[in-house]
Design a protein around this ligand. Structure first.
Ligand code: ASP
Ligand code: MG
Length: 428
């Protein structure tokens, strides 16, 4: 499935007219605008970044846990809230933060204005709760940039051609920021958060985790997909596609350079660094459909049934079962999709002649990520031996060009990630 955002055909107009303008996009996440004191601080960071003749486009998330709170409210009104109404409700979170920030900036004497997605024209497909951006109204953007020094745009939301409000999926403000940066050919897109940048592992779990000065788009996409709480993978995909110069920086240490994310090529590229980090995902479950007949078409039917229910799966494995002519097919799913996955497979089990559907929620995915991983021999041996000595049982293994993933018992996740990190401490 192509997850790439279809991005703005008309963005070109904005580029040519806004050519004379130098624009930086700064995105501030929920923790950075958690309360009024923090909004004041963000306004100061924005003010300090304003240079004569340069413009700033700020994208903000909802304050603190507002989106979670709104979701809770919605679920108290209806068991399965109407998706259209839910998107309208969720979009109000960002509407609060943009207006408060714009007011604060104006109070400082800065020419600024807030915009919702429908005001500025962030058009999405007609899908609720995970819409993709199809176009950005470049005329609106150019005009607004000419009239103001700072634009404050609501992250996470969009509007359909019919005027319905949509949202881009949790954590979608990163995607808004990268899309806007692409549409106006911004000099840079700085994602401000509450840590100094992207680390080789979660510093809360692994004390030796180090900050990466520079890392490639591809590696960050893998890290994000494999559970690292970095950027939204869709945002990085968009940045890669449109060559947006991306940085991750700390709102509370604005002078710190943070992490640069780019192509990972060129003179100074640290491609020699074959490994860039370790990611852990504890929100996964594993599902097996047992004893399916070993004949053409079976795997296709299983996958189609899951795809029809929008279930994204990973680490698909098929192995011979002791009963001749039968296989077991195992894969991982996000734990929030577990019930639906089991229900879907139970529904086709009879037709497929499978014996049973079993699941395991006591798992975690622990992954080693690096652009040079494929060319390195002995990495798997080192890790598996170290896991063995520590008494960690590996339930599943998957490798690809940029990653090596082991599924282990949830209780072993932190220990396994520490072992992975320390095994390659020198390289990272
Ligand atoms: N407020 C939305 C969320 O919490 C979007 C974002 O923070 O990026 O998911
Ligand atoms: Mg958030």
């Amino acid at each position: 499935m192509n997850n790439a955002e279809v991005m703005p055909a008309s963005g070109k107009t904005a580029v040519s007219e806004a050519d004379k303008l130098s624009v930086s996009v700064l995105k501030f996440g929920g923790t950075s605008v958690k309360n009024l004191a923090r909004i004041q601080h963000v306004a100061e960071v924005v003010r300090d970044r304003l240079k004569v003749g340069a413009k700033i486009l700020v994208v903000v998330s909802a304050m603190g846990d507002t989106t979670d709170y709104l979701l809770k409210l919605g679920s108290q009104c209806a068991k399965n809230p109407d998706r259209r109404e839910l998107d309208s409700l969720l979009s109000t979170g960002e509407q609060i933060s943009i207006t408060l920030l714009a007011m604060t900036l104006k109070e400082m004497g800065i020419k600024s204005r807030s915009f919702t997605a429908s005001q500025i024209g962030i058009l999405t497909e007609k899908v609720h709760s995970k819409a993709r951006i199809v176009d950005i109204n470049s005329d609106n953007l150019t005009r607004a940039l000419q009239e103001n020094d700072v634009l404050v745009v609501a992250g996470f939301q969009g509007v359909t051609a019919d005027g319905d409000i949509t949202t881009l999926g949790r954590g979608g403000s990163d995607t808004t920021a990268c899309a806007l940066a692409a549409a106006i050919c911004a000099d840079v897109c700085d994602i401000y958060t509450d840590v100094d940048g992207i680390y080789t592992a979660d510093p809360n779990v692994i004390a030796e985790a180090r900050l990466l000065k520079r890392v490639s788009y591809g590696e960050v996409i893998e890290m994000a997909r494999l559970g690292a709480q970095v950027l939204h993978p869709r945002a990085v995909e968009l940045a890669r596609q449109y060559k947006v110069r991306l940085r991750v920086r700390n709102t509370f240490r604005p002078d710190h350079e943070g992490t640069i994310i780019d192509q990972g090529e060129g003179e100074n590229m640290e491609i020699y660094r074959s490994i860039s980090g370790v990611a852990v995902d504890k929100d996964q479950s594993c599902v097996t459909i047992m004893d399916v007949p070993d004949k053409p078409g079976i795997a296709g039917r299983i996958m189609q049934a899951l795809a029809d229910n929008n279930i994204v799966i990973d680490m698909i494995m098929q192995a011979f079962h002791s009963t001749a002519g039968h296989n077991n097919i195992t894969f991982t799913v996000h734990s929030t999709d577990l019930d639906l996955t089991i229900k879907t497979l139970e529904g086709i089990k009879g037709d497929l002649d499978a014996s049973s559907v079993i699941s395991d929620c006591d798992i975690a995915k622990v992954s080693l990520i690096g652009a040079g991983l494929a060319g390195q021999s002995g990495i798997a041996a080192t890790i598996f031996k170290a896991f063995g000595s520590a008494g960690i049982n590996i339930k599943m293994i998957a490798t690809s060009e940029m990653k090596l993933t082991c599924v282990v018992s949830a209780k072993d996740a932190d220990k396994a990630s520490k072992i992975m990190h320390s095994s390659f401490g020198e390289e990272i």
